[in-house]
Design a protein around this ligand. Structure first.
Ligand code: 2HA
Ligand code: ZN
Length: 273
């Protein structure tokens, strides 16, 4: 068996490929990170090499000390991962206090983890605490309908959550916590990492105005499905706007009924008329 055959690497490759087919990853747009389980580490360890230098993470994520992450390489195209995983993705190990990382596998032609690695790490850190270690996947995509929607709807968590929930009945079931929205910020840096991780304390979805979407989830399927659901709802919203706007839509009572049927708790702030 080689590294690319391991189940978690296969899951990663499938997700990146599916996202590319959706049109969410033009050029080197978007990135995906996965925190390895103890079982993954056991399988992958024989392939690790410890000859690369430690590099500053620019953010300190103490609760992730010694964890391993499978990550997209910076500048790499997600569509190419399936043809050459070793050249386009890497596994990075964090040091004891979560302030540095080193590449232990992959990026065989050189390179570094995604430019959004600080945001990914901070999101992993927040979600690790919030879910008791259940969440393993952080995914960033350049989702066209969501980006278009940031041109027409102000960055307000309540307005966005209601707009998306109202666009498709499944939405409150798939993201009962709602979505958080950031105004435009410089990408790739510490500030946007901190702002996104603040939203991730409350939500599994963070929208970056004029840029794209960040989501967090337990595994590849659920995280991809969340991204897909948010993007589809945004697409329906934009189609409706293009067709002359909403003539009728879902009401607060409809959400309350869905919550009762599915045993969900929907935050009060999204249930005001
Ligand atoms: O990886 O998507 O936000 C390229 C990006 C930066
Ligand atoms: Zn991006």
């Amino acid at each position: 068996m080689i590294m690319r055959d391991l189940p978690f690497v296969q899951g990663y490759i499938h997700m990146a490929t599916d996202g590319a087919h959706q049109g969410w990853h033009e050029r080197n747009g978007g990135n995906l990170t996965y925190r390895l389980t103890p079982e993954d580490i056991k399988l992958a360890k024989p392939f690790f090499k410890y000859d690369k230098p430690w590099v500053d993470t620019t953010v300190v994520v103490k609760n992730l000390g010694n964890e391993f992450f499978l990550a997209t390489g910076t500048g790499k195209f997600l569509k190419n991962i399936k043809y050459d995983p070793e050249g386009n993705i890497c596994i990075a190990q964090l040091n004891e206090d979560g302030s540095k990382y080193r590449i232990v596998w992959g990026l065989v032609n050189g390179g570094a983890p995604t430019s959004e690695f600080p945001s990914h790490l901070m999101n992993h850190s927040v979600k690790f605490d919030a879910t008791g270690g259940k969440h393993h996947v952080i995914y960033h995509a350049h989702t066209p309908a969501v980006i278009a929607m940031t041109n027409v709807l102000e960055p307000d968590d309540v307005k966005w959550t209601r707009a998306l929930w109202s666009s498709m009945t499944e939405c409150p079931v798939v993201f009962p916590g709602g979505v958080g929205v950031l105004p435009w910020m410089v990408c790739g840096g510490r500030e946007i990492a901190i702002a996104t991780s603040e939203l991730m304390k409350e939500y599994d979805v963070a929208i970056w105005s004029f840029h794209g979407t960040f989501v967090s989830g337990e595994n590849f399927d659920l995280t991809y499905g969340l991204m897909h659901c948010v993007e589809k709802a945004a697409d329906i919203y934009m189609r409706t706007m293009a067709a002359g706007g909403f003539k009728q839509t879902m009401q607060t009572q409809n959400f309350i009924d869905i919550a009762a049927l599915f045993g969900l708790t929907l935050p009060e702030k999204f249930l005001k008329d």
